[in-house]
Design a protein around this ligand. Structure first.
Ligand code: NHR
Ligand code: GAR
Length: 213
């Protein structure tokens, strides 16, 4: 698909609510970007139907049906590059990517992770945060590097953990914030405001994370 704005490939494994939030921000002209392809790694991902309803081009690459990870990643890379995407957006994508793959998209691949990184990398973050009795939780948008959930942080949103919270209530509160901060960061990149230089992020020429006044 051609048109103005930063071309995005959005990779999903599940519901696709972040994908939908990004699609809405693009359609509303809030960010200078457009989704050129949605790629799902599982046939059962609910986000596939949602993407089609939103009029987005969807490709399903069922990871389990490839002979090995290298074959899956080769197909994924071919699909992304063929779509003309300039930025790869992991949105609830649940498959760890090889160092070769992340190196190919260095500085051009984002992830949203449901915790305040560097706290709680990996899976089941809401459950672990509740079990630990944390009073604060949140979400992090970061650039993807070979090290899982450890790439440079672009933006975080904090939410309180409230008495009586369950995984469902807490994850809903976190996801509400995800749907705000993910489009925001993509908009910064589309406008050329956010840059990765020498492994460090700069917003409007100033190093991130910005210090609050
Ligand atoms: N790949 C690299 N190299 N670096 C990152 O930072 C990545 C990544 C791939 C995905 C998302 C991530 C998250 O936000 C992400 C970041 C899946 C797992 C996982 O353990 C962990 C982290 C993330 C995504 N996946 C299992 C696996 O063996 C499968 C789990 C499942 O299918 O339920 O790949 O947290
Ligand atoms: C999001 O909350 C995202 O942070 C999380 O999965 C959810 C996907 O929701 N990502 C991970 O857990 C990555 N390991 P969505 O499919 O509705 O966007």
């Amino acid at each position: 698909m051609s048109g103005p704005g930063l071309a995005l490939a959005v990779l999903i494994s599940g519901r696709g609510s972040n994908m939908a939030a990004i699609a809405r921000a693009c359609a509303a002209g809030q960010i200078g970007a457009r989704i050129v392809r949605v790629i799902a790694d599982r046939r059962g991902a609910a986000g596939i139907v949602l993407a089609a309803e939103l009029g987005l081009e969807v490709e399903v690459l069922p990871a389990g049906e490839f002979p090995d990870r290298a074959a899956f990643e080769a197909a994924l890379r071919a699909s992304i590059d063929e779509s003309g995407a300039q930025l790869v957006v992991l949105a609830g994508f649940m498959r760890i990517l090889s160092p070769q793959f992340t190196a190919h998209y260095a500085g051009a691949m984002l992830n949203i992770h449901p915790s305040l990184l560097p706290g709680y990398p990996g899976l089941h973050t809401h459950e672990r945060v509740l079990k630990a009795g944390e009073r604060e939780h949140g979400a992090t948008v970061h650039f993807v590097t070979s090290e899982l959930d450890a790439g440079p942080v672009a933006l975080q949103a904090r939410v309180p953990v409230l008495p009586g919270d369950t995984v469902a209530s807490l994850s809903a509160r976190v996801q509400q914030q995800e749907h705000i901060i993910y489009p925001q960061v993509i908009g910064w990149i589309a406008d050329g405001r956010l840059r990765l230089s020498g492994g460090r992020l700069e917003l409007d020429g100033r190093p991130l994370p910005a210090t609050l006044p």
